[in-house]
Ligand binder design. Structure first.
Ligand code: ZN
Length: 240
């Protein structure tokens, strides 16, 4: 089975549609949370995600905050403004979709979470040392997570993984236990503004990171029109 793995769409419909249009043939989509937050298209993004084939999706911290399940003050001021705006515009339908998302999804060989297997919604796994501690919190072979908006591929007990950034776009065979991050569709933070996603082959056990350019300007215009913080528009351009 060919799986498209996406994360951190953050209400960026233009990036999401671009990713879906270049991903090729896939049988299923796994989404690692934060469909909403920051961007101008929460309902539109949820409507697209909801209809993706064989969707498996977990809840992110912005999704949870939009549902009012966490104290918004744990977010920085501008993120919090976007969460309040999203709460206001979110349709009842979108809200019920977010409400039914689980925090963790455990399949045969793969565990899906937004943040980390220890604290699925909130933890950040930014580096190899942190990743190493996380292997004890899931018991199958592969953990897929997002939240940092930075692609990563960490192999348990492999010192080469210390350089966590995935800068090669080759299909990588998965051997042993790994923690992988497909990066962010709608707000990349590794100084590469292109939308980030991954293709996972469940039979051959391969992981392929991909990046694609999209029309950032049109998203910036909608951010402006919605009255969302301009900083969120600026950062898209440079990928931070
Ligand atoms: Zn996020």
């Amino acid at each position: 089975m060919h799986v498209l793995v996406i994360s951190d769409i953050h209400s960026n419909l233009t990036a999401l549609e671009k990713v879906l249009s270049v991903a090729g043939k896939y049988d299923a989509v796994w989404c690692l949370g934060d469909i909403v937050g920051y961007g101008p298209d929460p309902n539109e993004c949820i409507a697209v995600v909801r209809d993706l084939p064989n969707l498996v999706c977990v809840r992110g911290n912005h999704d949870a905050a939009t549902l009012g399940e966490v104290d918004q003050h744990t977010f920085n001021h501008e993120a919090s403004i976007a969460i309040s705006w999203t709460k206001r515009v979110l349709s009842a339908e979108s809200q019920s979709f977010l409400l039914q998302l689980p925090e963790t999804e455990k399949m045969d060989t793969v565990t899906l979470v937004h943040g980390s297997p220890r604290n699925p919604v909130w933890d950040y796994v930014m580096d190899y040392m942190t990743a190493l501690r996380m292997f004890q919190f899931f018991d199958n072979q592969i953990c897929m997570l997002g939240h940092t908006h930075v692609p990563a591929f960490w192999v348990e007990n492999e010192s080469n993984s210390k350089k966590n950034l995935v800068l090669d776009f080759q299909k990588k065979p998965i051997q042993g236990r790994v923690i992988v991050n497909p990066g962010s569709v709608g707000q990349p933070r590794d100084h590469d503004p292109r939308a980030s996603f991954a293709l996972f082959d469940t039979e051959k056990l391969t992981w392929e990171l991909r990046r694609v350019e999209y029309d950032i300007e049109s998203v910036q215009q909608r951010i402006k029109k919605a009255g969302l913080p301009w900083r969120h528009a600026m950062r898209l351009q440079e990928g931070w």
